[in-house]
Structure formats: C-alpha cells, structure tokens
Design a protein around this ligand. Structure first.
Ligand code: GLA
Ligand code: ZN
Length: 649
C-alpha cells in the first residue's frame, strides 16, 4: 500500500528539501507524486533536456525509502513553446485564442503540440526507465478539466470535417441523417460544415452530438498517444495511470475510453472546492468513487485527496476536524487502495496560493498533519481488505452520448444529468446497498438490478439486451424521457414512448411536460401506496398503463388519471418507471422493495451515517462514517461528529 503526498520540491528553496522529506517521512508516507507541471525545469530551451533537479530529489527520497509517482508535464507547456508556435494554443467559442498563463491551454488536435509533448514525454520516461524508486507514471493532469476539453480553432474545425467525411460515406448520407433539410441547411460539401459555435437560436442536434464525439476522440487520441510513449519506454516495474478530475459527467470526453490502456485509474477526490459553501452530498461523493472504480472495473488510487480548503481566486468551505479524514475512509471503503494527499505544503506564490495543503504557509505541522499521520498509521493494517474486490448486485448505467445529448438540449431548465443520476442512486445509497456505476455498453448480465437514469438514447440492440436482462429475472429502474431518441440524436419516428422498451415497462407516455425551475407537481399514492403523497420537479411524463400497475398518479385536475410511477412484471423480472423528478421520500420505500425482493445486502443507519461492508478471506469489516457535524448512533455506539472507523462486521 502506498500512502503519501503531492510534493512540489521545485516550488521551494533547495535547502528546504531535507526538512520537507523528513516531514513527509514522519507523516508515515512511503510515496510522493512529483513533476506534473515542471516541463520548463526539464527543458528550459527547446531540445535542452535536463533532469538533474529531479535526479537530486529522487536520490534524497530514495534514502528515506520514499517511492515516486512521476507526472508527465504536458498539462503546462513552456512559454518559449507558446511564443514559437502560437498554433498550439486552444481557442474559445468566440475564436479568442487562450493566452499562455493558466494551464492546459493546448489544442489536442495541434500536430505541433503533439510533437513537442511526445518528445518531452519520451525523454523523461527514457531517463527514468531504470529508476527503481519510480513505480508509476501519471499521464498529464486531469484531462479536460477547467474547460480545457473544448477548442474551436481552425485545426479542430478541419479535424471535425475530416472526422465527418470518414464517418459518413457521402454528404448526402450526412444530410439525410442530420435532417439538414430543416431550415434549408443542406450541405453540398463537408467543407461547408461549421463548428456549432454561437448562432441565432440553436444548432442541428446531430451536428452537436457529432461535435461532442469528435472532442472525445481528439482528447482521447492525445491521451492514448502519450500513454503509448510511456508504455513503450518505461521500466517493467513502472505502472501507468492518469488522474481523473471531479465533474466527470460535465466533460466532453468518454472517460472509460480515456483510461482503457492504463494499468489503473487514479482519482482526485475533492468533496468541496473554491466557491462552495458546503461539500457535495455524501451520496454524490460515494457515486464519484463508484464511477472511478467502474472505469476499469477494478479498485483505483486517489492521487489528490483533499485535506485543506481549496480555491484559485475564491476559496470556500473549510473541512472540519476529522471530516477530510472521514472522506478518506469513504474513499478506501469504495475501492481506493493507495492514497496521496494534495498537497504537502500550500504554495506562497503562483495561481494556487489558496490551495491549502497538509502544511500551511507558516510551515508548522498542525491538526491537518496529525489527521493524515493518524490515518496513515491506522489504515496500513487493512492492506489486504482494501485490495479485495467489491461485488455489487446493482449497477447504475450511463452513456456519454446520452449525457451530451441532454447537455445540448436540456429540455427543462431544471435539468442536470448528475442530479438525475443521483436522484435514483441516493435512495439505494441511503440503504447502504453497494452499487457499481458503469457505461451502458458494459456487460450487465451478472447484476440483479439496473438503475438507468434519463436514458433518452435507446436503439433496438440495447433494448434487446435490456429485455433479456428483465426476462431472466432482473429489475430495471427507468426514469423520465427514456427511449426518446436514436444514436443520431434524433427523435424516433412512429415509436411510442418509452421507445423500444414500452412493452418492458408496460406503459405508454402519452404526453410530457418540462417543469420550470421552481414548479413542483403533487403526486398521490395508488393501490398499496394509497394515502402516500409526493412531488415531481424538472419533468413529468404522463403515463397511460399498458399492463403495468400505477404506484403513484398526478394529483392534477387535467391529468389525475395519468400515472407518475409504475411497476410492471415482464418475463421473470420487473420494470419500474419513474416518470419525473420524484422526491427522495417517495423513492426510499421503492428502493427498499427492490432490495428486499432480490435479497440484496443492506444496512439500516441514521441519515448521514454511511456503512460500507467489505470482505476479505472470509472476514467481514464495516467502514462506518459519520458524514455529519452531529453525534450519531449506530449499532449501539455513539459516533462523534465526522467520526470514521473500520470494525469487524
Ligand atoms: C486539481 C489539480 C491540482 C490542483 C488542485 C487544487 O485537482 O489536479 O493540480 O490544481 O486541483 O485543488
Ligand atoms: Zn483546436
């Protein structure tokens, strides 16, 4: 097990190195991550490669038996490169070149950037391929983060047209599938096709989705090119990863494809960041871990674990005593095996003066240092447990085409994909039932339950896979707008909703309504839910029963006969349809009904107390996490505010 910190020795006078490395050693660390922003230090002028600074750092670390994860520095290119080749700089939607000064302002399509990035990566990895203490390479840094996944430069425009020319056998086929006849947009040639930048009203939905797919292709091809260079030149003892950032559903690239060639996934766990008055919800944090475990379908690392408040020009919430430590235990519970905290010491200069570390600017070792030290001391004994596989009976399915389709046309101003995924995820989370979060094209037959939030894009082949799953006894939970569109991002023709799965759900959506941001529509229980009440926000599908039973209907003078939530037996399985943004209180008992039906392990706990049960060599352990600032009771014991622990189960 590797436990450590993100260390930037280049940020400090050399004479501080020994003191820092000793402080890191006393913390209980056995690894540091270095280098991921230090391109200029390693290539001060074009072709003048010099790794002597890091040679010295690594020698000092080696004396303290501290291993190294080395970051390839392609997220921050040198000023001399931007000056010599401005074409490497990406452009925003207004055609404004991004200037040198931040980070990740490069264009993934730029052949010049790829040449220089490949060269520094190759030279660096060749230099250290024999270095025993370097056990892993991190490719770049948080691909696509901070808006860097979008570029509208002429190179990207030409690349996009070429992508379309290759995909569509003729301009006629493209016109047909895009529906460019609408508003007279028919193209005579691929070179007439624009980027979907600002226009009057909105662009063609197929054009928009194809643009998102191109963004993903271009970013991932850059990532894979750099990965291939590292894999070609590295030592056999060295593994390869990249660090996934939060907000992964708001990015313009397919993350599972991005990490496909890697040895393991790394994640940067920031439950709160600049500008937020409070952290994201415990369920949301849990979901981010399940997503990262799902990318390669195995446990993962955390290479940036928050310990101090973070922010660039605006800071925010200060993690309370033991809260960041509790978030670390939560990460280990959900499959993290090795962890590095961001960062050793907060920097006094540069853009991240307010990204606080374990050690603050006064260079004293205080509460945060002790929290990390105590966590490192305690967690080491659980190495085998943390490496054990996590087996879930429930899978939450997502599809980036679908996410991007929603992003271009939100249909309801209150719509947010992550929120809608969490709407269905959270009730099962609160029952402490384990879940995987995986791409829809993954084999899902071994699961008992599929949670499929707002999956608009369903084609016949996917519907056949879903049908077989239900016929064999599985349970599916769909939510609203299911099966509306095809893979060209166009609405199915002559396909009553929910498209391709109407028979599975035993319903027909006869009318629909986008609910504006503040609108709440009351629903009332039917049958065994008689007397129950709830509410729907964001959207509502008005459902006609076709074999399904209604759980709830709309309490509405016009639509009181229309169901809002339904359940349908199909084959040996069951299909629930949640026809709108239904509130959690209504979904909790439905989740429990599904858990009980499939005899899925769950743990009853107070709201705010997360319990995650793991097993290794026949021994069971519970990670018990109090996510709240209050004392909580669990299993006959009192949990202090933000207390976290592992105990035999
Ligand atoms: C991200 C980046 C780091 C640093 C931190 C600050 O995770 O990977 O380089 O900017 O945020 O919180
Ligand atoms: Zn570009």
């Amino acid at each position: 097990m590797y436990l450590g910190v993100d260390y930037y020795p280049e940020h400090w006078p050399k004479e501080m190195m020994d003191e820092d490395i000793n402080g890191i050693k006393q913390l209980g660390a056995n690894i540091v991550r270095i280098g991921e922003f230090a391109w200029h230090l390693m290539e001060k002028e074009e072709g003048a490669f010099d790794f002597s600074f890091f040679d010295e750092v690594i020698e000092k670390l080696k004396k303290e038996q501290i291993a190294v994860m080395f970051g390839t520095p392609t997220a921050t290119f040198p000023a001399w490169l931007a000056k010599k080749h401005p074409s490497i700089l990406s452009e925003d939607e207004n055609g404004q070149k991004r200037v040198f000064g931040g980070r990740r302002q490069y264009c993934f399509t730029s052949p010049i950037y790829r040449k220089y990035a490949a060269k520094i990566t190759e030279e660096l990895v060749k230099h250290y391929r024999e270095e025993e203490s370097i056990i892993a390479w991190q490719i770049d840094n948080e691909f696509g983060h901070e808006g860097s996944d979008m570029c509208y430069c002429s190179q990207c425009h030409e690349g996009f047209q070429q992508y379309l020319r290759t995909k569509y056998k003729s301009i006629d086929e493209l016109n047909e599938r895009f529906g460019t006849i609408f508003w007279g947009q028919t193209y005579n040639d691929f070179t007439e096709i624009p980027l979907p930048t600002k226009t009057i009203t909105t662009h063609n939905p197929t054009l928009q989705l194809e643009w998102a797919r191109f963004r993903s292709l271009t970013l991932n091809s850059f990532a894979h090119e750099m990965t291939a260079i590292v894999q070609k030149h590295k030592g056999d003892h060295q593994k390869v990863t990249t660090n996934v950032s939060g907000g992964f559903f708001q990015k313009w690239f397919d993350h599972a494809e991005n990490v496909r060639p890697l040895d393991f996934v790394s994640y940067d766990n920031y439950p709160v960041w600049g500008g937020l008055a409070e952290p994201i919800t415990p369920a949301h944090i849990a979901m981010t871990h399940d997503f990262n475990r799902g990318l390669l379908g195995k446990n993962y690392w955390i290479v940036e674990e928050l310990m101090g408040a973070q922010g660039h020009n605006v800071i925010g919430y200060l993690p309370r005593p033991n809260q960041a430590k509790m978030w670390s235990y939560q990460a280990f519970a959900h499959g993290c095996t090795d962890m590095l905290y961001f960062r050793w010491r907060g920097m006094t200069k540069g853009a991240e003066q307010f990204c606080f570390g374990i050690v603050d600017h006064d260079n004293t070792y205080g509460r945060k240092y002790e929290e990390v030290q105590s966590l490192f001391e305690n967690i080491r004994q659980y190495d085998e447990l943390l490496k054990s596989d996590i087996s879930s009976d429930i899978a939450v399915l997502y599809d980036y085409d679908n996410i991007w389709s929603w992003r271009f046309q939100v249909q309801s101003e209150g719509f947010d994909f992550t929120n809608e995924l969490l709407r269905l995820y959270t009730p099962f989370y609160k029952w402490n039932a384990k879940m995987d979060v995986i791409p829809v094209d993954r084999d899902f037959n071994r699961y008992k339950v599929l949670i499929i939030p707002v999956l608009q894009i369903i084609d016949e082949s996917l519907s056949e896979r879903l049908r077989a799953f239900v016929q064999n006894g599985g349970t599916i939970v769909f939510s609203f707008r299911t099966g509306l569109k095809d893979k060209d991002n166009n609405i199915h023709f002559k396909q009553p909703l929910p498209g391709f799965v109407r028979d599975l759900a035993g319903i027909r959506v006869v009318e629909t309504e986008a609910l504006s941001d503040y609108q709440l529509v009351p629903i009332v229980g039917v049958g065994e839910n008689e007397g129950e009440t709830g509410e729907v926000s964001v959207w509502r599908d008005l459902i006609q029963l076709e074999g399904a039973e209604a759980y709830y209907r709309y309490d509405d003078p016009f639509y009181h006969e229309r169901a809002a939530i339904t359940k349908h037996q199909y084959g040996n399985g069951t299909v629930y349809y949640i026809g709108g943004g239904v509130n959690e209180e209504v979904l909790m008992p439905i989740a429990k009904e599904i858990i009980d039906h499939h005899k899925i392990e769950f743990v009853q706990s107070e709201d705010g107390v997360e319990v995650y049960v793991r097993e290794v060599e026949g021994e069971r352990y519970a990670f018990i996490l109090n996510h709240t600032a209050n004392e909580k009771e669990f299993n006959g014991e009192t949990l202090k505010p933000f207390e976290s622990k592992i105990q035999k189960w």
